[in-house]
Design a protein around this ligand. Structure first.
Ligand code: AMP
Length: 216
């Protein structure tokens, strides 16, 4: 099974991909997480990607497609994967179609999570992350047990460079220009769903689980 999570930054697609992945026993593949790990490891690719990521721009299609290709070939993806943050351009979607065609795993569903820009900005600027394990917290809705400290590894939580308001607005502009056209690309495919991202995390995850259960 391959599932795709579409949506602007801050709509909750990462949270939902993680929850569904745990329910289905298949990995969430987040290109953002893979790139941030490369930046932390200071690999050549990470160094190339960092500037773009900090500015809220997209990393080149070729780099990201290469990463996804490698990631999907790992054995934990034998039963499929939930793609979070990929594809983000039409070119990436076309390459993904080629990867899926060559594999034995079908594209089962595409979930688009919809949310207005002001709610997104309010949500993202209240986000805090663990620089070590990438766990995501929120100042109102998902506080760590100890203020400012990660529950998993006790690291000090930080604001991601690209979660600062000015950069968030740039990411939203990039989303409208580069990624929103993916809705048109996928919307007539079998298994395409649009979800209202203003509902609670639990309501959305139940809705997605129900919709996927109804598929073929
Ligand atoms: P995310 O955590 O998904 O919001 O991704 C953080 C940043 O990583 C983005 O703002 C981009 O700079 C980069 N990135 C993640 N996924 C992609 C992708 N599919 N294509 C290009 N850049 C990406």
């Amino acid at each position: 099974m391959i599932g795709i999570f579409l949506g602007a930054p801050g709509t909750g697609k990462g949270t939902q991909a993680k929850i569904l992945g745990e329910k289905l026993g298949i990995p969430q593949v987040s290109t953002g997480d893979i790139l941030r790990q490369a930046v932390r490891d200071k690999t050549v690719l990470g160094l190339k990607a960092k500037e773009k990521m900090d500015a809220g721009e997209l990393v080149s299609d070729d780099i990201v497609i290469g990463l996804v290709n490698e990631r999907l070939a790992l054995s934990d993806c034998n039963g499929g994967a939930l793609l979070d943050g990929f594809p983000r351009t039409i070119k990436q979607a076309e390459k993904l179609a080629g990867i899926i065609e060559k594999s034995t795993k079908p594209l089962d569903f595409i979930v688009n999570i919809d949310l207005d820009d002001e709610t997104i900005v309010e949500r993202i600027t209240a986000r805090r992350v663990c620089p070590v394990c990438d766990a995501v917290y929120h100042l109102k809705h998902k506080m760590p047990s100890k203020e400012g400290i990660c529950d998993n590894d006790s690291s000090d939580l930080i604001i991601r460079e690209d979660d600062k308001e000015e950069i968030v607005r740039e990411r939203l502009r990039v989303y409208r220009d580069e990624s929103a056209p993916l809705i048109g690309y996928y919307k007539n495919s079998d298994g395409y769903f649009n979800i209202d991202g203003s509902k609670s995390v639990n309501e959305i995850s139940d809705e997605i689980y129900l919709l996927i259960g109804k598929l073929g």
